[in-house]
Write a protein that binds this ligand. Structure first.
Ligand code: NAG
Ligand code: NAG
Ligand code: NAG
Ligand code: NAG
Ligand code: NAG
Length: 275
């Protein structure tokens, strides 16, 4: 036998330990996968405790009832056929009350707006209220013929229009806008070509639900970064104005992101004079 054809005894031993090494790694991967699989499966049952936990941070009379009517919106239904209206009982159960002059809307500025409202708790986004907080970041759906809630294998946002998560956010956004009062603020993105994007929830749901007998002013804060793409003269704001109920006044101001971040750390400015 030619040395090297199949490897000498030394090479064979090395190959042997190499194979053992590969087997050990494979075993580790299998163990990890099993452990991860179990953890993920546990997580999938987490919606109810998470919901109740978050709900109890707010003045909701009966969170258990809120959970039950929430579930009824999508359980035992085709996950692509859940309407906005299915969540009406949930909206009612939370008995959300607005904070006039402090309501903050946003579109394409998620990080900067939440960093700002969380730090000073003066302005309030939908996600800071009971309407949005209990389900922020979560996914859920039901299945025809089942009484369970699923958190995996659900349609994604764009898979179908009437999916449980999207319908929920549309309904909660409509409820938030419906009761908005006083001066309201909207943080929009000055780094994109169309800050008022007609496909956004802000444009397609919220603006149309603002009531002129409750809202005085809509103040747009157009957040700018290093490279300003759009300013307050952008044509899309004409579109916004045309969608506003008559009587609601429109203002727009370009504000650098750094200024908003600085205001977040100044309690007096965060509630008023930041822009
Ligand atoms: C969607 O649900 C409604 C009732 O919620 C029902 O009347 C309708 O037939 C359903 N559509 C489909 C395509 O399943
Ligand atoms: C505006 O949108 C761009 C592009 O999606 C993003 O990179 C940027 O961070 C956004 N600006 C703010 C203030 O959120
Ligand atoms: C509402 O906004 C208008 C115009 O920006 C301002 O004059 C008024 O003082 C504001 N009212 C409140 C309560 O903030
Ligand atoms: C606003 O943007 C337009 C182009 O979109 C530009 O012509 C104009 O000078 C800008 N205005 C200001 C005040 O920066
Ligand atoms: C802002 O307005 C929209 C129309 O609604 C245009 O399509 C954009 O091109 C415009 N943006 C800029 C930077 O001019």
């Amino acid at each position: 036998m030619e040395q090297g054809e199949f490897g000498g005894p030394g090479k064979r031993r090395r190959r042997c330990s190499f194979i053992l090494g590969v087997l050990a790694v494979l075993l580790l991967i299998v163990i990890l996968a099993v452990v991860l699989g179990l953890t993920l499966r546990e997580d999938s049952n987490d919606l109810k405790p998470t919901f109740l936990n978050r709900c109890q941070q707010f003045q909701v009379k009966n969170c258990q009832h809120a959970w039950e009517v929430f579930q009824q919106a999508y359980v035992d239904k085709d996950p692509c056929n859940v309407s906005m209206e299915a969540y009406d009982p949930f909206i009612e159960a939370t008995s959300f009350t607005p904070s006039c002059n402090r309501m903050m809307f946003w579109s394409k500025t998620k990080d900067v707006v939440h960093e700002f409202t969380e730090k000073k708790e003066c302005f309030q986004t939908l996600e800071d209220t009971v309407l949005g907080s209990v389900l922020d970041g979560l996914t859920w759906c039901g299945k025809k013929g089942s009484s369970e809630t699923f958190t995996t294998g659900c349609p994604r946002w764009t898979d179908c229009i009437n999916n449980p998560v999207r319908s929920f956010w549309n309904r909660a956004s409509a409820a938030f806008a419906n009761v908005a009062c006083g001066n309201i603020t909207a943080m929009l993105n000055g780094s994109i070509a169309t800050p008022f994007d007609s496909s956004s929830i802000f444009a397609s749901i919220e603006v149309g639900n603002l009531k002129s007998d409750k809202v005085n002013n809509l103040n747009v804060v157009l957040v700018t970064q290093k490279n300003v793409v759009s300013n307050c003269t952008n044509q899309s704001f004409e579109n916004l104005k045309s969608k506003l109920a008559e009587g609601i006044k429109f203002n727009c101001k370009e504000v650098p992101e750094t200024q908003i971040q600085e205001c977040g750390s100044d309690p007096e400015k965060a509630c008023g004079s930041c822009w």
